[in-house]
Write a protein that binds this ligand. Structure first.
Ligand SMILES: NC(=O)c1ccc[n+]([C@@H]2O[C@H](COP(=O)([O-])OP(=O)(O)OC[C@H]3O[C@@H](n4cnc5c(N)ncnc54)[C@H](OP(=O)(O)O)[C@@H]3O)[C@@H](O)[C@H]2O)c1
Length: 254
């Protein structure tokens, strides 16, 4: 454990820690000394990899199996945090689900898919923040939501995903108001993040277009997202903000 890091002694809950970006965020927060609890839905082996990478680097980490579509299970993970750590300083709402459905193929976007995307990507971050609010307030905590540039411009894997992330961007602002002055709530909105499972599920035209249009000539890496999360959780005067990390796509510059 890093005894001199900026997050020494803090407790962080990172949802979707079996995923590529969640893993990078959990590792970065751990490298600054935070105790880590990651959640995963199904990929226990990938969650184990995240834990072992943190522990091998001298950090402290545990995992918790959570299907965040289930409100009762969300209450359980926060109760677990309270019993196990007695505190929560940082909540990173990173977990999300997507499926590639080109926008014009309206009939393919069924009510079941719509509900799965919205329950996972928008309702669950709200319910997690709600369940964690009193713990976070106690220590002057931080919430960071991981959204998507597809929540700003109408693109990415499906209409449901893009809409869920637009909702998450606005939820960030609403929660910033609701949880002030004790808790900051901010949001990172990645564009395409290379070499991730989620990026690989995008229609090829979308991912190739993102790389071609980025004015910096490159798109984001998982480490870029993790670094921005660290910046938010070590700031004391920033709240309600969404920052896009996409290599500079003019369409997402709002
Ligand atoms: N990768 C990109 O290019 C990109 C671009 C823009 C935004 N983002 C956002 O960045 C975040 C992380 O993406 P990623 O690339 O790391 O995706 P990923 O590798 O597919 O990871 C997604 C994570 O969410 C978890 N998850 C999925 N459904 C869940 C459910 N019902 N309950 C609880 N957890 C669930 C997964 O758990 P299991 O592994 O156990 O199934 C996994 O840990 C997401 O919010 C995503 O929308 C990613």
């Amino acid at each position: 454990m890093n005894n001199s890091g900026s997050l020494t002694g803090k407790v962080s809950l990172v949802t979707g820690g079996s995923g590529d970006i969640g893993r990078a965020i959990a590792k970065r927060l751990a490298s600054e000394g935070s105790n880590i609890l990651i959640t995963y839905a199904e990929a226990e082996d990938r969650a184990e990899t995240t834990l072992s990478e943190i522990i091998q680097a001298g950090g402290v980490a545990q995992s918790f199996k959570l299907d965040q579509r289930n409100p009762e299970d969300i209450e359980k993970v926060i109760a677990y945090v309270q019993n196990e750590f007695g505190a929560l300083d940082i909540l990173v709402n990173n977990a999300a689900w997507n499926i590639g459905i080109p926008f014009p193929e309206l009939q393919k976007l069924t009510p079941d898919i719509w509900d799965r995307v919205l329950e996972t990507n928008l309702r669950a971050p709200f319910l997690l923040a709600r369940a964690a609010a009193s713990l976070l307030k106690f220590g002057g905590g931080h919430v960071v939501n991981i959204s998507s540039a597809g929540g700003i411009t109408p693109g990415s894997s499906s209409i449901a995903y893009s809409s869920s992330k637009a909702g998450l961007n606005h939820l960030t602002r609403c929660l910033a108001v609701a949880m002030a002055p004790d808790v900051s709530v901010n949001c990172v909105a990645p564009g395409l993040v290379e070499d991730t499972r989620m990026a690989n599920r995008l229609p090829r035209a979308v991912s190739e277009g993102a790389k071609r249009q980025a004015i910096l000539g490159k798109v984001g890496q998982v480490e870029d997202i993790a670094e921005q999360v660290l910046t938010f959780v070590t700031s004391s005067s920033v709240t309600g903000q969404t920052i896009v990390i996409d290599g500079g796509l003019p369409a997402a510059m709002r």
